[in-house]
Design a protein around this ligand. Structure first.
Ligand code: SF4
Length: 246
């Protein structure tokens, strides 16, 4: 069992504006089950790497920055995959709420058990990464099935709490029109989804793969061009009330 009063983390970003509403303190945790071909942070995969920080220290940092958060901002826990350290996060989110600070969780949806459900109950915004709607493609991109991801989404919908979807757009891998429509059809009746964010694929993490002695298999793939991004945006607009490119 992992610690409940501290987190293994990769890094912390103050004043983040890309991971949830408003200005946020963003904590990137260590550990991930996925092996996404495009992962920009393969140095987060090993739960035992990184550094340790106490929950109370994160709360202290958040309280110190609270005046910058405004009405919308707060704290986001991203990764890696945060739910690997769910008990510590449950404690953190409760403490943040006691300070009047909202909590967002950026998850790949790999785990759904009673502890994660308890964490989701304390999560004001779930930023759920849906890597692909087709399970074979999902497996190819991430090395695991998307079944649990869809179950996490369905569970979140049941609870009626806010969810944003995040979609990494990779030319040749996740830009197929039929699957973009399929994703839209799958989620179009979800009331909990406030928006979907398109995250254009990039190669900014390649040097980390090299440093870790790993082969970056998408070296031949270029970031999506404007036409590809616009096509995806227009398809998603048919199904979601808000579509943004992040
Ligand atoms: S889920 Fe995120 S951290 Fe994990 S491998 Fe994929 S991109 Fe990397």
């Amino acid at each position: 069992m992992y610690a409940t009063d501290s987190l293994r983390i990769h890094s912390i970003e103050s004043f983040g504006t890309h991971d949830g509403p408003g200005i946020r303190l963003v904590v990137f945790t260590q550990g991930c089950h996925f092996r996404c071909l495009y992962c920009a942070n393969p140095d987060t995969w090993d739960l035992h790497q990184g550094s340790e920080i106490s929950i109370d220290e994160i709360v202290r940092m958040a309280v110190a920055q609270k005046s910058f958060f405004g009405k919308k901002g707060g704290v986001t826990i991203s990764g890696g995959e945060p739910t690997l350290q769910r008990l510590a996060l449950l404690s953190l989110f409760k403490k943040l709420h006691a300070e009047g600070i909202n909590a967002a969780l950026d998850s790949n949806g790999k785990i759904l058990n009673d502890e994660v459900k308890a964490l989701l109950k304390e999560t004001d915004y779930l930023l759920l990464d849906v890597k692909h709607i087709n399970d074979e493609w999902h497996h190819l991109l991430t090395s695991v099935s998307n079944q649990s991801v869809l179950e996490v989404a369905a569970y979140r919908e049941q609870t009626g709490k806010a969810m944003w979807l995040r979609y990494v757009l990779v030319p040749g891998y996740s830009d197929q029109e039929e699957y973009l429509h399929q994703l839209g059809e799958h989620f179009k009746h979800y009331k909990s989804i406030e928006k979907i964010e398109i995250q254009p694929y990039h190669q900014l993490g390649v040097h980390k793969w090299e440093a870790l002695g790993k082969t970056y298999e998408l070296a031949h793939v270029q970031p999506p061009n404007q036409e590809c991004i616009d096509k995806t945006k227009n398809i998603f607009k048919m199904y979601f009330k808000e579509v943004v490119v992040n």
